[in-house]
Design a protein around this ligand. Structure first.
Ligand code: MN
Length: 426
């Protein structure tokens, strides 16, 4: 089926600012609460939120097989479970109805009043009920940096890393939408020099991790795997992902089973899911893989996307400073490889599952995706615009991530993924 929604020439009768992340070619999906306290599934064009529950009730999806209550829900799981054909029909129809040449809704003020809200009139909620969340470790630069800092610079990359998209099972209950404050976590840390008793208290090394995450549909039953060439059919779209990390808690707990409480206190996502279809014009090759992966991980064609990523720190009352600029395309293992690997043992993947990429660091020092790497474990503090320095994240700092794709025709973005750090509760 043709993705007519992606037509770069299309313009909307809704006003879209030139540098908007949400032109009519994006048509992301999210969940919001309206000024009338109604929770609905929606989309966005420019600075307008589109209530897809009302859009459907008023007949604008006529001819597309959808259940009556498909969009009158507080998450996208059922819609996502309907599969890629439905996603494409729905996105194409929204693009068609909001096309500048289409007067059906444009010239119906009563319907517009029910369907269209200003974005500042709605509150964004989590777009999916995340059943299971996995975080990968798929950036070679990041794994090399962390291996050097935590273990041994000479053997920074463990032998399995170039053969396996390394991951761990995370905690879905603490995934929160952009704008939700993050409480500085308390936990155990390594005993001080000469002591046998671990430290305990608020983390001193609170960090962000610049990541993206993909969201799946129902993909396979227990015992069956997803072949690599089919994997992308089961990926609905992507969000930005800040995998907040407490480095001192992490360093003490992570051997032998990997990250636990140093990660599970909060993970912030951007609230609009940008579909894989919308990202299609920005497809690029991932880094060359040497050695060649095993056959079940060999992917033909371009498996990555050119998505500009950045992270910024804003002290309370101060100006924001961008501290790193990276790109999704630096990621060594692709999302298809991650999903094929995740299911090779027969583990089922469900609608609304979320898979983090792992921190996406680039090759240069200003493209590292965490404070751990940017300040090299605090040895090289960053000076912010207000003159203060940061080794890690302070109380009352707001960390904001942004992500967008841009070519000479269109810009497709993810909006913001933001969280303010509150002092620990003692
Ligand atoms: Mn992570």
């Amino acid at each position: 089926m043709e993705i007519t929604a992606n037509n770069p020439k299309r313009k909307s009768w809704l006003n879209v600012n030139e540098n908007s992340d949400f032109p009519i070619q994006n048509i992301p999906f999210g969940v919001f609460i309206t000024r009338d306290d109604i929770i609905t599934i929606g989309s966005r064009i420019g600075d307008y939120a589109i209530d897809l529950g009302a859009f459907h009730q008023l007949g604008y999806f006529d001819g597309i097989p959808l259940t009556d209550d498909m969009f009158l829900q507080d998450n996208l799981n059922d819609f996502i479970a309907d599969g890629r054909k439905t996603w494409r029909l729905v996105r194409n129809r929204i693009a068609d109805v909001f096309d500048v040449k289409n007067g059906k809704l444009r010239d119906n003020p009563a319907h517009k009043d029910k369907i269209i809200f200003r974005i500042d009139e709605v509150e964004m909620l989590l777009p999916v009920a995340v059943g299971d969340y996995t975080d990968f470790y798929a950036s070679k630069e990041h794994a090399t940096n962390v291996g050097s800092l935590f273990r041994d610079p000479k053997n920074a990359l463990l032998p399995n890393w170039v053969h396996i998209p390394i991951g761990y099972h995370g905690r879905s209950s603490s995934i929160i939408p952009s704008g939700t404050p993050v409480r500085r976590p308390v936990g155990q840390t390594r005993p001080a020099e000469g002591s046998n008793t671990p430290g305990f208290g608020p983390t001193k090394l609170l960090d962000f991790e610049l990541e993206m995450a993909f969201i799946t549909t129902d993909a396979n039953v227990l015992g069956e795997r997803i072949p690599i060439e089919e994997a992308e059919n089961y990926i609905f779209g992507m969000v930005q992902f800040n995998d907040w990390s407490a480095r001192d808690i992490q360093a003490w707990e992570y051997v032998p089973l990997g990250p636990f409480l140093g990660k599970s206190f909060a993970s912030t996502i951007s609230p609009w899911i940008v579909t894989l279809d919308a990202l299609e014009p920005f497809r690029v090759a991932n880094p060359k893989q040497d050695p060649k992966p095993l056959p079940y991980l060999q992917q033909k064609g371009k498996g990555s996307f050119d998505i500009h990523l950045e992270a910024a720190i804003q002290p309370e009352g101060g100006a924001e400073t961008v501290v790193c600029q990276s790109n999704f395309k630096y990621m060594y293992w692709t999302i298809a490889q991650q999903l094929a690997h995740h299911t090779v043992n027969g583990c089922p993947v469900e609608s609304g599952d979320m898979m983090g990429s792992g921190t996406i660091s680039g090759p240069t020092e200003d493209s590292f995706g965490s404070m751990l790497e940017l300040t090299w474990k605090g040895q090289k503090p960053i000076t912010l615009k207000d003159g203060t320095q940061r080794k890690f994240i302070n109380d009352n700092d707001t960390v904001t991530m942004r992500a967008y794709c841009q070519n000479d025709k269109v810009r497709i973005g993810f909006g913001e993924c933001s969280g303010k750090v509150l002092p620990a509760k003692l």
